[in-house]
Design a binder for this molecule. Sequence first.
Ligand code: HEM
Length: 460
Amino acid sequence: MPFFKNLRNCFSLSGIRHIPGPRGLNFVKLMFHFKRDSLGALEETEKQFGEIASYGWPINTIIIYDTKLIKQVLGDKRKIYVKGAQTDEMKVVMGNGLVTNNDRRSWLRSRVIVSKELGPAAITGFSKIILDLSKKTIKRWKDSNATDLDFSLEMRNLTFAIAGKTLLGSDLTEEDARIVDEAVLYTSKMAHDHMFELFPLPYWVPTKKNREFHRHNNNLSSIVKRLLSQEKDHSDESKAASILQRLVYAKNPETGEGLSDQELKDEVITLLIAGYETTSNSLAWIFGLLSKHTEIQQELREEIQSSEEINSINFKNTHPKLYRAIIEGIRLYTTIPMSSRKNLEDDQFGKYKVPKGTSIVIPVWNIHRSEKHWKNALNFNPSRFEGVEVNRLEHYLPFSKGERRCVGENFSLIEVAVIVSEVLKEYELELIGSALPKAVSHVSLKPESGMPIKLSKVIP
Ligand code: HEM
């Protein structure tokens, strides 16, 4: 029960007191800062305490800004680290799906199955769906002579349509889609807010917000259950097209085991939540950056016009400028600004002992924007990645590192690349307003006031 666990942890705060961090009034001030603006509070904590900082409430937490320690947690000592408190909050919605599963055996079983369903062969098939739905969206803009659009909303609708079709399949009605979209938005925002409550109330307390939370959660669950049972009753393995359909038949190649009904439901909800909001927010920021940097936008357009259509991860080689603009966009506006872990055994961070059960926060937002790692870190400069193999960089972690790295990385990179290239072929983009909107973190990083962009048709 998280509430009682938090109360108990409050009394064991002494376990990490030897690590510098805010105390007394400064602690209260920073906690309110986290609640108001978690990214600003992460920056303030680093300014005050440097590479490592401890917070004793609501649970014993250490924030690590040092990439060597991050490597220790995600890499060298990964076996003693499981997903942390932040992710536990999502369990109410995602159940025991890949993102939240802390049981190594069942996580690995599902990971092997899901990785295959999101592997290169599957993605080539999905890229056709991504292309068709992108063209459909652009046609709608053309037909309505759209000039000013909120790209945050447009990308949300487009990536949701893509997730609906690739993940859930064509049985999703418009009404289902609306209910699922609302449920994902509400439940993930609420789980995020819950993390920064000074006195988080458990979800079973019948407050208005909790009742609304459960209503959305139940709606989501019953739609996915219904789609799964329709699939089991009527379908034919050879025609399985969506990820949901394929997961129903998927087997671990080594053990021959499939997923149980409960595991199937948890994995589908997990993929839905992990998959489309992240990609939609990345796209909103990338389009925002390109509409501010029109010279880079033009370079990409020339590359896109002289290359073949994108249908595999090989676009990194065929469209190097586009690839670099995407990875630079998700460096500067990293979609998941912080991750969390928890240690199953005592560990040591340099001179500091870290007791078992401590929550470890990895502030990716700060690492990606630090002058220690990036020259002119706040500038959008895709060419900084020329000749650089990003996966080798310890300070580049938009998809995390190690075995819990994002399983949808290639899928989302291709989705972003196809959508950006289709839009740039047709339109020149210009940011409305002089600066990009403020970034706010609701699990994934959103533009606070949408992403308003002016469109004008490309003259052939
Ligand atoms: C730009 C888009 C995306 C970004 C930036 C992103 C980022 C991440 C990050 C940082 C993690 C690790 C979180 C942690 O360590 O706590 C993660 C995990 C995960 N992501 Fe993504 N993601 C994206 C798109 C997707 C897509 C499209 C899917 C599925 C279709 C997906 C499915 C998952 C899953 C299932 C996990 C959990 C993996 C595991 O623990 O085994 N993601 N993602």
